[in-house]
Each structure stands twice: as C-alpha cells, then as structure tokens.
Design a protein around this ligand. Sequence first.
Ligand code: ZN
Length: 456
Amino acid sequence: MTDYSKEIDRYLQRLFPICRSITGEGNRETLRILQEIAPLKIKEFPSGTQVFDWVIPSEWEIRGAYIQNRRKELLIDFQESNMHVMSYSQPVRGKMTLEELKPHLYYREDLPDAIPYRTSYYKKDWGFCLSFIQYKKIQEDGGPFEVLIDSSFKANGSLSIGELIIKGKHKKENLISTYFCHPSLANDNLSGFLLTAFLAKELLARKELNNSYRIIFVPETIGAISYCAMNKGAMQSIDTGLVVTCVGGPGKWGTKQSFDPKHHINKLIQEVFIEKGVDYITYPFDIHGSDERQYSSQGFRINVATICKDKYYEYPFYHTSLDNLDFVKSEQINQTLMLYLGVIEKLEQHSDSHGLLSSYEIESETLNSSPVYRNLYPNCEVMLSKHGLYSDTGGGMLPSENEQGELDIILLLLFHCDGKRSISSISRKLKISLDEAIAVADMLKDRGILERVKNV
Ligand code: ZN
C-alpha cells in the first residue's frame, strides 16, 4: 500500500489555516483543494431550505475581527488565529467597557495558553475566544476597548458539501461520511476529512469493487441532516457505514461501535485491529458523538462505526487551539488510513449481510403492557435548542460525566421511542426507573415531539 505521509503533510499545511464553519467560502476552498485528491462533486444546498426539523442557515462571511486598547494596540486579532471569533458571530463595531466586553469572552483557565472553540449557529450572538493569558491582559488593561467583528450573513447563500459515488458490482452502498466545519483544528477534523479524501483516491484506483460507496464531506449535524433530507431514498437503502473523525492524534486507536453491537461492521473493525496487532479501545455506541447520530435515527437506522486515533471528548486539547499540527502528524493519519482500508477490504469480502434480523430489531419486537411512545420526528435529530432543550452556544459541552443526565435521557428516548417498544422495556435498557422514563417522555409529549400511541 502506498505511504501517503508526505502528500498528507503538504495538505495538512495548506488546509489547516483555512477558516471553516458550517457554511462559507472557506468550506468551498477546502472542498476545491480536496478535489485535487479525489474528484468529488461540490453541491450547494440553499440557505432557508427546510431540512426535516431544521432550516439551512444564512451563509456566514467573516473578514476580520479584533479587540484594541486605547493605545491602538491589538490585544486579539483574527488574522493571528481564526479561532478567536466565535463561529457565526454577529457583526460588532464600537467602543466598549471591560464590563460590556466580558460576557462575550471565552477562555479556559485550566488550559491557560489554549484558545477554546465556540459556535453560535442558531442564536444571534457574538464572542471572542482567547487564551486565559490573553484574557488576563485584557483585564489588566481595563479598557475601554475598540471592538470589531467584520462579519455578515448572506440570506441567499448556501451550505456546501462534497460527494463522490463510486459504483461497484453490486448496487448495495456503503456510506463513508466525514465533516469539515471546524476552523483550524487538526485532529477534529482536518485529519478525518483528509483521510477520507485519500480513502476515496484508493477506492477509485481499484479495478473492481463489489460494493458501491457513497463518500460525503458535510458540515457536522446540519450538513448531515441536509444531506439525509436531500437524498432520503438513497440514504434509507445504505447498508452500513463509517464516520471518519479524529484520526491523527498521538494517542491510542479506538472504535466507536454502531448502535447494534452485533452488527458485522463492528466485528470487521475488531478483526482488522486484531490482525494488524493494534492495541485499541472499544467505545460502545452512545447517543452523543458525530454524524452517526443522524444516520442511526429511526428514519435511517444505518449502522455506522468509527475508527479514531485520539477520539473526540477524550484528549485534553479537544476543541482548543492546541489541537494543532504539533499534535497531529501525517504519519499518524496514514497509519489510520491503513486501518480504514483494512475495513474496506473486509467489507468487499462481506457482501451478503441482508436477510437476518439484527439483534436490535429482535429486541424491538418485545412488547408488554406499559405505555408506548412514538417520536414524531423520526428523521435525524430534532433541533433541541428550538424546543428549549439544549444550550445555544456550541463547542463547549461534553456529555455528562455521571451515567445519564436529562439530555442523555431525552436523546435516548428520541432514539428508541418508535411506536413499537414499550416505555418499560426502554427504561430497562437505559437502566433508569420507569417513573423517570415516563416523566421525560411526557415532557417531550407536551412539547409535541413524542406522541403516546398506546395508553395503559
Ligand atoms: Zn468537534
């Protein structure tokens, strides 16, 4: 197999500085560069389009931003790092006191030289992300400050995605999905979308493929949801898939399993790790994570798994400017690429997966006499913030440490309540009390998200 390390390294250097978000020119530029590796099609989904419970937002344009003191010294400058501006910040221009500025400053005291990553895609807000060291300087300065965020929103803009469909002997398609919406963050997920481009290149070089492959580059969440909405039929007939994220760190390899642990994709990944003698961590499916959240939803139920090297949430530099090109190395990405190719090899040999009920489906047939709820939004996730169920500022939230917070229970109920399984069997599966499950389900019913299909 070719060693792509040198080539990967050149692309890391070129792609890292580009400012990406869920929409915008930086995303198009990124896709155009990836086209040099594999001939993916760039598609545009117009702003304002309804995609299931979501609407594709206006396109965000950012030209510059700074915080300046009285002596006209730049304390924060977007030109130095595109992470200094909260993604989707509203335009701001004017003089501000320290007290006015403070609620808009994001920093991490525990990582004093790191700039945290924050977004506010759907709530009109603005903010600066800075290191704690920079924050202390601003505090010492005392103000007033000259503040500028030179941004704008294009209502007639669009969300850009990349797509490459490679036809094999069989119509049966496997999905390979990755996201490219973060600014200068290397492991999450420059490493992942770059690996995916090289994976596509390798697949195209094969003379004969048994399976067909649908390879997509989407902004996380809204991009995956938009793609599912625009390609509903095709996505509903996907066989299995991989979500490529965080593949280039110095730490251990790991695999996040798909929702059905007995599904062959999980077995094949495990075989690859064992055959290659690679030490790895298994992360069982959970309701958080990346775009498997959308693909696993009731409307699609695609078993998608992930191979990571330094999984998101798990490394200390996650969602900070220290997730950079000192942390991620091209050799590490190339090694993970070999593992993904090992999985493809096995998928190619494994072409008769249909016919047997998966263990997930068998389980869902069990009924008993407690209430049954049905999610009225089966396709992808509901937009939690719209229903008052989720914080508006993204980037900073981690899944709750303790077993199950309310948000986890909400997401799990939306995943499981399919109008067939009883709430008592779901509560047993989630290891929560029946009373708690019913209380949360009724709260979701009152908001019009779930309905009770059977009252007991
Ligand atoms: Zn991320």
